[in-house]
Design a protein around this ligand. Structure first.
Ligand SMILES: O=C(O)CCC(=O)C(=O)O
Ligand SMILES: [Fe+2]
Length: 201
């Protein structure tokens, strides 16, 4: 874990806080964690209900946590797997910077540039008011976009590279939405982990 070479700048101009740490894990650590998670995680393609229609998600995912309570995400109920050694190692490193003890993590596996995640906010009630969400990326660099939720203006783009950490805090989930668009030129996979605190409701 490396903390000195990040930009302290908030990537958002107002109403939220997003910080990017491009070299959070060293290239060697990142290669090893990527390989471990790629092989050990029971990746699944989940389906979600959008306007009453069942649609397979354009990516694979898995849910981990220290609770046996399932988590509902975009109409999808996920049962938590128990933390693995690799995930605990990442979780501990991320908690030192974010000053938050996370209870769960959603893992996403983008098989290639055809996989994506559409515009959304992580604003489920279980995440609480002003949630801190810590997002770790391994593998192919993919663009992460943010824009104002109400106006759909003021778009920001950031390339999330191998071994990076992105922290979203404060009012970000109220006022901004984010996505990972398709990037059809990309032929290699990307793995993302979003650590969250899930409150008992
Ligand atoms: O893959 C990413 O960088 C974003 C993931 C995300 O937004 C989420 O899991 O809610
Ligand atoms: Fe998200």
């Amino acid at each position: 874990m490396e903390l000195f070479d990040y930009s302290h700048e908030n990537l958002l101009p107002h109403s939220g806080a997003v910080f990017y740490f491009p070299h959070f894990f060293s290239p060697k650590e990142s290669d090893s964690l990527f390989h471990t998670l790629q092989t050990e995680v029971p990746w699944q393609q989940e389906s979600i209900k959008i306007f009453g229609k069942i649609v397979p998600q354009p990516r694979l995912s898995a849910f981990y946590g220290d609770t046996d309570k399932p988590y509902t995400y975009s109409g999808l109920t996920l049962q938590a797997h128990a933390w693995s050694g690799a995930l605990l190692q990442i979780k501990t490193a991320v908690e030192k910077v974010s000053k938050v003890v996370f209870t769960s993590a959603l893992l996403n596996y983008y098989r290639d540039g055809n996989d994506s995640m559409g515009w959304h906010r992580d604003n489920e009630k279980e995440l609480g008011y002003q949630p801190t969400i810590a997002s770790v990326s391994f593998g192919a660099t993919r663009t992460f976009q943010l824009r104002e939720y109400s106006s759909k203006q003021n778009q920001r783009s950031i390339d999330l590279q191998h071994g990076s950490l992105l922290l979203m805090q404060g009012d970000t989930q109220h006022n901004w939405e984010h996505r990972v668009p398709k990037a059809t030129r990309i032929q290699s996979p990307r793995l993302n982990i979003t650590f969250r605190v899930i409150l008992p409701l």
